[in-house]
Design a protein around this ligand. Structure first.
Ligand code: HEM
Length: 466
């Protein structure tokens, strides 16, 4: 029988973890580096069939895809679209119909996408670049004064939060003048953690978590209060004094198609969306890249030589940052091995076939980006860190489906260029100025957006001539 004649298979035939009453597959999904690390193991185990099912408590049984050829089929925008699944569903409690958590057919997604997309063009990013350099200078001061190894994840989190809030809403968290994270960020971190914890709690134990739920509601209320104050304060100022930032754009611009503006409630959700989508992801990218550089002296020196030649002194212009080729490729390679949004979810718009399987309309599939990024059918020696994979000829020779750290199609990341410019600027300046001690092997944190765990970096100011 040829492939075409083979009967269509049912999704019930794909491998699944055991599904015990009440606790589903909980005993099989534990991993000391978190859920995603376990999913990567399962993807490797089921590489040939390309997908597997993970029954979770509460009758939720997501299917994950871990090979490129199968994932590529779900990237066809005419047949598939983004759907909300997993933690994105509870994240709607505080990000509502903001860009990240809107359903693909929700009118506010289309409206906000049309209003906000021009704000992320490379030309518009010139306006936000001073916020990037200003926040970076605070980090540099902090590291120059360091007398003990620095907490890289905390510092990158402070940097990226300060940058997005300054660039986006002219709000100063001034994180480097505080010993701990701003209370807003503590609320955000707790609320995000709750969105993953709740998925793995058997519903019958929910009563035991009343205090968590109350804390969650308080955290959401205090995040709303801060964001609403930012919006009201802006409205009370004369328009001529408004800075050119995302908030002004959202308050002033109407949708070019419908002529409608965004409501205050939707602006609140968009601000929270930018804060959620725009800081932890970039902080993780920077932390993983710094970890790699601290362990790979040869790459560190190549990178430093590129920066020394292009930007021997002072802070660079945005144009100079965009020209740092090896820095850009190093960041791309870090996002390959450690994509900081590890899953995107796609579902068919109509009944269809996926490989040999019959798939009903609306069936969600979680694409495991870190598994696609390590699929040996596409990537040679996938575990090896090699920025040359992103030389133009290598990129051209590879299917685009094998590398999607910024997501798929029209729902892919709006902030991609923002994140890459911010990260390249930071990396270049740190490599130019500091020497790093070896921090030891990488261990992942079991958080929603992965980061290196317990990453303390010993630093020294660079000495000698350039
Ligand atoms: C390294 C950093 C970043 C990574 C890896 C990343 C990754 C992603 C991915 C994978 C998606 C698609 C999610 C899905 O399909 O469910 C996405 C969407 C999004 N990202 Fe990013 N992101 C980063 C930084 C940023 C920044 C800095 C911002 C804002 C300034 C941002 C704003 C957004 C928004 C608004 C969306 C939703 C787009 C839509 O559906 O219309 N991201 N991001």
């Amino acid at each position: 029988m040829t492939d075409e004649q083979a009967p269509a298979r049912s999704l019930l035939e794909i491998p699944s973890l055991p599904n015990l009453p009440l606790i589903a597959s909980l005993p099989w999904i534990h991993h000391r580096e978190g859920f995603m690390a376990r999913m990567l193991e399962l993807a490797e185990q089921h590489r040939n069939i390309g997908m597997f099912r993970v029954p979770l408590p509460g009758n939720h049984s997501p299917i994950f895809i871990g090979n490129v050829s199968l994932a590529a089929e779900t990237m066809d925008e005419s047949k598939y679209e983004k759907v909300l699944d997993g933690p994105l569903v509870p994240i709607r409690d505080f990000a509502g119909d903001g860009l990240f958590t809107a359903h693909s057919d929700e009118p506010n997604w289309h409206r906000a996408h049309r209003i906000l997309s021009p704000g992320f063009s490379t030309t518009s990013l010139e306006h936000y670049y001073p916020a990037m350099t200003r926040s970076l200078e605070a980090l540099l001061m902090h590291w120059r004064r360091a007398t003990a190894p620095v907490d890289v994840v905390l510092d990158m989190t402070k940097l990226t939060l300060d940058t997005i809030s300054l660039a986006g809403f002219d709000y100063h968290f001034d994180s480097f003048s505080r010993p701990t994270l701003h209370p807003f960020l503590q609320s955000l971190a707790r609320a995000l953690q709750e969105t993953i914890d709740v998925l793995r709690r058997p519903p019958f134990l929910e009563r035991l978590y009343r205090s968590h739920r109350a804390r969650y509601q308080q955290d959401i209320a205090s995040m709303f209060a801060l964001v609403d104050t930012v919006i009201q304060e802006r409205k009370q100022k004369p328009k001529e004094s408004w800075p050119r930032d995302f908030l002004s754009l959202m308050l002033e611009e109407a949708d070019p198609k419908s002529g409608e503006k965004l409501s205050d409630e939707n602006i609140r959700f968009q601000i929270l969306t930018f804060l959620i989508a725009g800081h932890e992801t970039t902080a993780g990218l920077l932390a993983f890249t710094l970890h790699q550089l601290a362990r790979d002296r040869e790459l560190f020196l190549r990178l430093r030589s590129e920066v020394d030649q292009a930007i021997p002194r002072d802070l660079p212009t945005m144009k100079q940052v965009l020209e740092l080729d090896l820095v850009r490729r190093t960041l791309s390679e870090a996002l390959r091995l450690w994509p900081t949004v590890p899953v995107v979810t796609r579902a068919p718009k109509e009944d269809t076939m996926l490989g040999a399987f019959r798939v009903p309309k609306g069936q969600p599939f979680g694409l495991l980006l870190h598994a696609l990024h390590r699929d040996p059918a596409v990537w040679q020696h996938p575990a090896r860190f090699d920025p040359d994979r992103f030389l133009p000829e290598s990129v051209k020779a590879r299917t685009a489906a094998a590398y999607k750290p910024f997501g798929v199609g029209k729902r892919s990341c709006t902030g991609k260029h923002f994140a890459l410019i911010e990260s390249a600027l930071c990396l270049a300046m740190l490599v130019r100025e500091f020497e790093f001690d070896d921090p030891g092997p990488l261990v992942n944190m079991p958080t929603l957006s992965p980061k290196p765990k317990g990453f303390r970096l010993g630093l020294h100011r660079r000495t000698g001539t350039r």
